[in-house]
Design a protein around this ligand. Sequence first.
Ligand code: C5P
Ligand code: MG
Length: 160
Amino acid sequence: MSEHRTGVGWDVHRVAAGRPLVLGGVEIPAQFGLEGHSDADVLAHALTDALLGAAALGDIGEHFPNTDPRWAGASSLLFLRHALELIRQRGYRVVNVDANVILERPKLKDYRERIRQSLAQALELPLERVSVKFKTAEKLGPVGEGRAAEAQAVVTLAAG
Ligand code: C5P
Ligand code: MG
């Protein structure tokens, strides 16, 4: 059996008025968005870290410093694509990805298929290998109070 490797990623961004809410490359209609240097796509950031982690390639901030003007307002799918290139260069392919987005509002489940499709396209994976789940924080803590969004991701890679 070929070698399998697992990576985990996590990210958090503050909620802010006048910013877009981009999740997995999909802009979600909302009264607010997420603060950040790039498009603040918290889901793409967690997935990028999971990919990098699975191949022990450091983390997103090392590859894309948030002080670099090149990444100001950039689509975070670019970071995900770069991580995919790096793991491919090392002889790995993605088996599957799974993620959680924790955000009090808006309701995200109507956007699940669009987000999955966007990520599947970026990662060049069939849809059934891409999973995205949504949770509230039950009004607890900064996420529950509507002040932040979090994402968690797990990626499995296979050699060859
Ligand atoms: O957090 P909670 O368990 O109450 O979430 C119940 C369901 O609501 C989730 O399984 C998910 O399908 C949906 N949800 C959503 N958008 C969110 C949070 C949760 O669609 N922002
Ligand atoms: Mg981030």
